[in-house]
Design a protein around this ligand. Structure first.
Ligand code: NAD
Ligand code: UDP
Length: 321
């Protein structure tokens, strides 16, 4: 067979970068397509050393014609700070962007993996969340652009499957962290690690009793790769995430202890519509993909702290802005 050409939209972002690297290592020709809104030039440069990488700067809300065999559609800002900064664009990226990438898949007969999210469950009343749970999502709040955008994207994907017989898969990705996050990304792990390394206050929004379940990025990439490769039909969405749940306050304490930081934990106002709990039921992923996370939170945090420690000029609490 000729070389597989795999398109990764959002390939200059956090998960996309790790996914592109993995695919290049496996011998695919990879097209990394990104508008660089939250992606980094450093990621593109690191990927571009590989001769099988082609980078295209492009916004998925505009159509594009390419020759591809497989598409991973990851293009979308994932940090609440980033997706709330331009909420209308966030909705359009999810709806128009996903439509455009589905049309591209259709014209190529390409297999399609959609990066969906645990946010489709909103502030869940069922815990942990299985795929059959339909969610508790606001259509009017500041997170709606992302949550409802991703829900609409899922419905487009399954309509292309029904109407056009497209070969589709949907990953509902739960909180993922690791090396390669931007230090100004705004999500909880990068915030806490950077704050602790700089000796600054760790900012817990609200009382910190809200929970998340943190998946290390290599585990996530393994799950996404298996989802694309699975030859038996994977009907419906599939949760990918680490089922170990932790409160945000405990996460702050853990990061602070691991860094050996002199930081204190401060409480800032709670975030509007912040889901109170989140934990994936990964029964389906285990059964269909023979997948479950391997990297414990302690080990993943150790690697993430190492990544940021190398990059940051460690400052005393009084230094800097
Ligand atoms: P990220 O913000 O680091 O990466 C997103 C990438 O998409 C960036 O490189 C950005 O420039 C690009 N992008 C955004 N809008 C675009 C557009 N209109 N056209 C082309 N490119 C565009 O986020 P991430 O953490 O790597 O997330 C990747 C995907 O996984 C997203 O779809 C996100 O919704 C999903 N996801 C991530 C998490 C997580 O915890 N990391 C959780 C759930 C879902
Ligand atoms: N959070 C926090 N301090 C921070 C960043 C985030 O307390 O500096 C909390 C946030 O309110 C949420 C959780 O950590 O309850 C996860 O937030 P994140 O933005 O990483 O992702 P989300 O799961 O909300 O999309």
């Amino acid at each position: 067979m000729n070389q597989v050409i795999t398109l990764v939209t959002g390939g200059a972002g956090f998960i996309g970068f790790h996914l592109c690297r993995r695919l290049l290592d496996e011998g695919d020709a990879v097209i990394c397509l990104d508008d660089m809104s939250t992606g980094t030039q450093e990621h593109v440069d690191r990927l571009a050393v590989h001769r099988n990488l082609r980078f295209i700067r492009h916004d998925v809300t505009r159509p594009i014609n390419l020759h591809v065999h497989r598409i991973f559609n990851l293009a979308c800002p994932a940090s609440p700070a980033a997706y709330e900064a331009d909420p209308i664009k966030t909705t359009l990226t999810n709806v128009l962007g996903t439509r455009n990438m589905l049309e591209l898949a259709r014209s190529n007969g390409a297999r399609f993996v959609q990066a969906s999210t645990s946010e489709v469950y909103g502030d869940p009343e069922v815990h942990p969340q299985p795929e059959g749970y339909r969610g508790n999502v606001s259509t009017t709040g500041p997170r709606s652009c992302y949550d409802e955008g991703k829900r609409c994207a899922e419905s487009l994907v399954f309509d292309y499957e029904r109407v056009h017989r497209l070969n589709v898969r949907v990953a509902r990705i739960f909180n993922t962290y690791g090396p390669g996050m931007r230090e100004d990304d705004g999500r909880v792990v990068s915030n806490f690690v950077v704050q602790a390394l700089r000796g600054r206050d760790l900012t817990v929004y609200g009382d910190g009793s809200n929970t998340r379940s943190m998946c290390y990025v290599d585990d996530m990439v393994e799950g996404l790769a298996r989802l694309m490769k699975a030859d038996s039909p994977v009907a419906g969405p599939i949760n990918l995430g680490n089922p170990r749940e932790i409160s945000i306050l405990d996460l702050a304490r853990m990061v602070s202890t691991m860094v050996g930081s002199a930081s204190t934990i401060v409480h800032l106002p709670a975030v509007v519509d912040d889901p109170r709990v989140r934990c994936p039921d990964i029964t389906r992923a285990k059964a269909k993909l023979d997948w479950e996370p391997r990297i414990a939170l302690e080990e993943g945090l150790r690697r993430t702290i190492g990544f940021f420690a190398e990059r940051l000029v460690v400052q005393s609490p009084s230094a800097g802005p």
